[in-house]
Design a protein around this ligand. Structure first.
Ligand SMILES: Cc1ncc(COP(=O)(O)O)c(C=O)c1O
Length: 410
């Protein structure tokens, strides 16, 4: 992550990659321009030793190319593509694979924006969502598949662990189902949203997924100061997505790409520190009398069907989890309003700890009935633990749960 894909001697010996803030690139000759476009638009195969040339920052840019090479290493992928947001990565990927009259089998719950895309936007274009409950395992996946014609499944879309419940979906089982759905030698790709644990604690491509999508806004960016998304997979899987990105213009900008390269250098230390902190915070919350339940992955009971899948598929529980306070929305709001150190904001994966109320914010587009079915209850608070001293976070949660009032003078 410190130097891969970059040669200082090609850039005035600058230790760090320069920021290529340019919309377009100058061709040495008209013949070069022609050759670069032929490759970029897939009009012919690459000749031996031929390298694709830089054209225009919607198509390619050195900062984005270096970042993509590094992200591909993290995701154990042949290649990666970076986007303007996690939603840009998810939507561009789905546009690349879905067609009118097809269906997308997807786990439920998923992040609120993805939920809206699947249930409200794609149906306007004749693409239908078929949901299966993350909590009900392989059987639910198969029942969902039976609801639709085999040949019509465009993709299996999985978010695991799920936002905000940490429900686990078996990626290997999704791949088996995709194989069963194959018709005429083609099978739907398995797409996995790896935002909650990726890339440090989960590698979906190694577990049978074809494409991994990540909101780089979260742990990868890691400082709550940018919005970006990533998509990794094999070259053939990425090809239609790359084409769609070029035309929709959903790529990441060079400055954000440069920031992300800097973030990748510290990704492991940040994720490790926040995971350690989260364990302390989760232990404190689990023992608190005002906490009715906690969805921290290490606490999955041995008897829970998710436990085995979690152990097989993840290398750690990460640092984002939800907990349920007794007393419903009123008490959850009271706790959130009393927090002093922990900020009340809707994101995750940053250096600072954030708390949010999924039911009325990130997942508020989902009806209350659906929310209840999915476990997004009025008393649920989502916490993304950062890298602060966990004792400070515990003291803050303790006073917020204990009900001491914020001093009038702040
Ligand atoms: C699991 C998950 N996927 C995707 C997204 C969307 O990412 P972005 O906000 O970068 O578009 C989010 C955002 O919260 C998320 O939590």
């Amino acid at each position: 992550m410190m130097g891969y894909g970059y040669d200082p001697h090609l850039s005035e010996r600058s230790l760090k990659p320069p920021l290529f803030l340019t919309s377009t690139f100058v061709f040495r000759s008209a013949e070069d321009g022609k050759a670069f476009f032929e490759l970029a638009y897939g009009l012919r195969q690459k000749r031996p030793n031929e390298e694709p040339g830089l054209i225009y920052s919607r198509i390619n840019n050195p900062d984005l190319e270096m970042l993509e090479d590094r992200l591909a290493i993290w995701d154990a992928a042949e290649g990666s593509l970076v986007f303007a947001s996690g939603m840009a990565a998810i939507s561009t990927t789905l546009w690349a694979y879905a067609r009118p009259g097809t269906a997308i089998l997807h786990s439920d719950p998923v992040y609120g924006g993805t939920d809206f895309l699947l249930k409200k936007i794609l149906p306007q274009f004749g693409v239908h969502p078929v949901a299966f409950s993350a909590e009900r395992g392989v059987e639910a996946m198969q029942i969902a598949a039976e609801k639709t014609r085999k040949s019509s499944v465009a993709a299996i879309y999985v978010e695991t662990p799920a936002n905000p419940t940490n429900g686990i979906v078996d990626i290997a089982a999704a791949r088996v189902l995709a194989e069963q759905l194959a018709t005429d030698g083609r099978r739907p790709p398995v797409i996995v949203d790896n935002t909650f644990l990726g890339p440090l604690y989960q590698t979906p491509l190694a577990l049978g997924a074809d494409i991994v999508v990540t909101s780089l806004t979260k742990y990868v960016g890691g400082h709550s100061d940018l919005i970006a998304g990533g998509c990794s997979g094999s070259a053939p899987m990425l090809q239609p997505i790359r084409g769609m990105r070029t035309i929709l213009g959903t790529m990441c900008d060079p400055h954000t790409g440069w920031l992300l390269m800097r973030s990748l250098e510290t990704l492991k230390v940040r994720m490790t520190a926040s995971s350690q902190g989260a364990e302390h915070v989760a232990n404190f919350l689990a023992a608190h009398p005002k906490v009715a339940a906690i969805w921290y992955l290490n606490f999955l009971p041995e008897s829970h069907p998710d436990r085995k899948v979690f152990e097989r598929q993840c290398r750690g529980p990460g640092s984002t989890f939800s907990f349920e306070v007794k007393g419903g929305e009123a008490e959850a709001f009271a706790v959130l309003n009393r927090l002093k150190v922990i900020k009340l904001a809707v994101s995750l994966g940053g250096t600072e700890t954030l708390a949010s109320h999924p039911s009325t914010t990130t997942h508020s587009d989902i009806t209350r009935e659906e929310q209840t079915r999915l476990g997004i209850t009025p008393g649920l608070i989502r916490l993304s633990v950062g890298i602060e001293n966990p004792d400070d976070l515990i003291a803050d949660l303790d006073q917020a749960l204990g009900g001491q009032l914020r001093p009038a003078d702040g």
